[in-house]
Ligand binder design. Sequence first.
Ligand SMILES: O=C(O)C(=O)C[C@]1(C(=O)O)C=C[C@@H](O)C=C1
Length: 319
Amino acid sequence: METSSRRYAFLGPVGTFTEAALLQVAPDAEHLPMPDVVSALDAVRQGTADRAVVPIENSVEGGVSATLDTLSSGAPLVVVGEALVPISFVLAAPAGTRLEDVRAIATHPHAWAQCRGSVARLVPGAVHVPATSTAAAGALLAERAAAGEPRGSVGYDAALMAPHSAAAYGLQVLAAGVEDNPGAVTRFVVVGRPGRVPARTGADKTTLFVHLPHDDAGALLTMLEQFATRGVNLSRIESRPLGDALGRYAFSIDAEGHLEDERIWATLQGLHRVCPRVVFLGSYPRADRRPVSPAPGFADEDYAAARAWVESLRGDGPA
Ligand SMILES: O=C(O)C(=O)C[C@]1(C(=O)O)C=C[C@@H](O)C=C1
């Protein structure tokens, strides 16, 4: 947990799952709610915030493309930490709303994707109204109901949001446990401007964004070999379109290990030699604190012993 009094931008408003992640990592910091992931990351770039907390991947819906793409382009940013939040949703509405009154439901697109099946069973035919976050959907509903506006005046009747958030906004729960996959988890990253890399803990991750070495057969293999031949395990790899033409992709990667691990150091050198663009997006402690044990032959001592042996072959000593 970070204890300094830094300013943390996050995907707001109060009551988002992102705020739950922020409360894990920096409960006492100044919290700056932002309307979207890009604004939160830009606040760090511009110096109006010291850190941003943003979602990066969900165990059901996969990568958060706004986060992956904003991290990998523009002024450099680095990940300095991560947090995991268990995800469960309620369907909430102003007091007096009945389930059969619900025609349109607002929430974040990632939340909708995680509840689609249950919602179809609960409220057949209900349509999705996209919101900037789960809490933003509920907040507007609560605000208009408090102002005495009639049901549906915001363009929707209910919101999918976190249980604690529905309670905080004074909304009534029409259905709980609305997620299709109980046990879903979203991973959030703490992002800062480049500076000193967090100290190695032995339970670390390194995040990278890598362009493929060439356009021909085997390009992906050449890139992946850099990790495999140094015994580096990947905990996430996903393609992101380059955006300039169909069929051109780069890869967002989480590798197990820290920049100070010899095998990660060597992997980065290998990637730099063969790939046209490698963006280092940080080495930081894993949220689950699970130690990373290098395979036999890939520990720092193995690299040191191998280096000493090659040095000895130079024949610098007396003839
Ligand atoms: O809308 C929120 O409450 C968020 O924090 C965003 C977000 C996401 O982007 O995935 C975070 C966790 C859930 O998976 C659903 C939505």
